[in-house]
Design a protein around this ligand. Sequence first.
Ligand code: ADP
Length: 278
Amino acid sequence: MSRLVDIENVHFSYSEDGPEILHGLNMTIDEGEYIAMIGQNGSGKTTLSKLIGGLNIPTSGDIRILGRSVKEIPVVERAALVGYCYQNPDHQIFLNTVEEEIAYGPKNLGLSDDEVEERVVRSLEAVGLLKYRKEEPYFAGKGERQKIAVASVLAMEPKLIVLDEPTTGLDWRDSCNMMSLINTIRDSGHTIMIITHNMRLVAEHAKRAVVMSGGEIQIDGTPKEVFRHEDFLSKSFVKPPQITQFWQRVGAPGEPWTVSGDAVRPVREHFEKSNKKE
Ligand code: ADP
């Protein structure tokens, strides 16, 4: 896998006299990764992801995308490398029709009308909203608006797509739809970074989880490895999915978030033992 992003000793403050929010972060992202950023509110996840998206620039240190410093990549080009989906889709949607919204970015890239049209069709098809292309973006519920926001980022065909809490405010069905859409996007060759508080989604979908706390990266590993740090996570108010907590207690090996086949045996033994104690 080739290197997509290098985060090198990044410090960040929102203003000159304001507090430092990120304290010397180092991290790399390879092409094709699926990363979940987790940690309590205020730990710096959104701040970091906006720096990666070029929406802010590090106070010191550097972020390189494909080897080039974000400071040197022109804004339009940066948007074609890293797409950032806002937590609230209404911060992103501002045009009159769905198709105008999707076409906006590709037009700014200077693509021909035919190429813009192709991208509009492709990205609306990907999120299942092609038939609504002439509608106003506010036609439907948050799930649909979230998808329009994702489609407008997809239309830029960025290498890395950063999604800030893509399932917040969605019901379970819309959340599942959104996660399966993100899986499809990843399978089509994009690198994914999601910020989420939903540990079940992390366990089920992400391949790597990065825990932030107090403006620093504290743990970085597979979701399975990360959820083993129960003590640290509980201090950071991160609750691993229930089944993971269970495995941690019984010390059983295997995939922590599924119970099937042989893995069921230690579960039964555990309950038998605790029943005897009572
Ligand atoms: P998270 O995404 O983990 O909830 P954020 O990156 O949003 O964390 O916030 C990290 C810290 O930066 C918090 O203390 C927050 O108050 C501060 N912060 C976020 N946005 C701004 C801003 N625009 N101006 C000043 N401080 C901010």
